[in-house]
Design a protein. Sequence first.
Length: 132
Amino acid sequence: MFRIILALLILIPVMEIAVFIWIGQYIGIGWTLLLIVSTALLGAWLAKREGTQVIRLAQVQIQNRDMPSEAILDGICVLVGGIFLITPGFVTDLVGFFLLIPYTRSIFKAWLKLWFGNLIRKRTVGVMIKRR
């Protein structure tokens, strides 16, 4: 796991720099910088809007005495997506928008459910159920 994280910490900035140069050659430095700032602002607004909706969904589920599992997964996606969108770069912006848009977020949520399920099956992580 450490090797994967280290590889990503090296590869992602290299990809971002390459894309900055490539886009900058086509549309110019000023427009590239404007595009970077605009996606960060749009991402912050979208993350706030989606985050508010997730909190409302969790509140409704809790009031109905339901476990807010979908809201928790949505919250994870919105948090990570917001971080990616605020980070300068076009590759990270694509991932961020993917995680913030509800229709595409469901794909990542399905992967998260499988991953958490595998962790529980392998007994890498435990689930504690409190009985009344």
